[in-house]
Design a binder for this molecule. Structure first.
Ligand code: URA
Length: 198
């Protein structure tokens, strides 16, 4: 199966209740031969509306980190989530919630196959839930960030979720600097030259 075939399966998925409230399936996007794969938790409202991962406010910050920080087009990396459909309490209230364990379980084969097909040099987990899922740990993100883990022999760098950075000061936050320190380690490991920062 190639990534397009996997995507076609995901687009038609009805394995969990999120299929009944989603507008679109947010499969993930990027270079199928990406050196770096970012993994978030699940789509929000903007992602659900557009079918693309990380395109809301948090996505804008992630895109800046990739394009301005790493100096590569966003289309060079691969961006995915643990669950491919927006977990929402109630469409009318437009309120998001974390995915339930059975929703994560139903969606897991999609992410595992994405990782297998893309076979990145490095995985970056964004935030606690994604890090816990990939590394199978209960440890919090503050302890784990900046330290290498491993998933199926692929180096994993946990870092803060861009939403968390935004809630705590955004671009001027010390957390933003921490993320950049983590990303520099990722680039070194993935063999991507670190551009001079302005
Ligand atoms: N937050 C996530 O974890 N994933 C997205 O795609 C958007 C926001």
């Amino acid at each position: 199966m190639n990534i397009e075939e996997l995507k076609a399966t995901a687009m038609a998925c009805k394995l969990c209740r999120l299929a009944t409230t989603r507008k679109t399936v947010v499969f993930g996007e990027g270079n199928p031969n990406a050196k770096v794969m970012f993994i978030g938790e699940g789509p929000g409202a903007t992602e659900d509306a557009t079918g693309r991962p990380f395109v809301g406010r948090a996505g804008e910050l992630l895109t800046r980190i990739i394009e301005k920080g790493m100096g590569v087009p966003r289309s060079e990396v691969y961006i995915a989530n643990i669950v491919k459909c927006r977990p929402t309490v109630n469409q009318e209230m437009k309120k998001d919630r974390p995915p339930e364990p059975d929703e994560v379980e139903a969606c897991t084969p999609f992410l595992l196959n994405q990782i297998k097909l893309i076979s990145p040099r490095v995985i970056v987990t964004l935030g606690g839930p994604s890090t816990k899922f990939i590394l199978g740990t209960k440890e919090g993100i503050t302890k784990l960030r900046g330290k290498w883990g491993e998933f199926q022999s692929i180096p994993v760098m946990p870092t803060y979720h861009p939403s968390y950075v935004l809630r705590n000061g955004g671009d001027k936050s010390p957390l933003r600097r921490d993320v950049w320190e983590d990303i520099k380690l990722v680039m070194e490991r993935a063999g991507i030259p670190i551009p001079p920062q302005s």
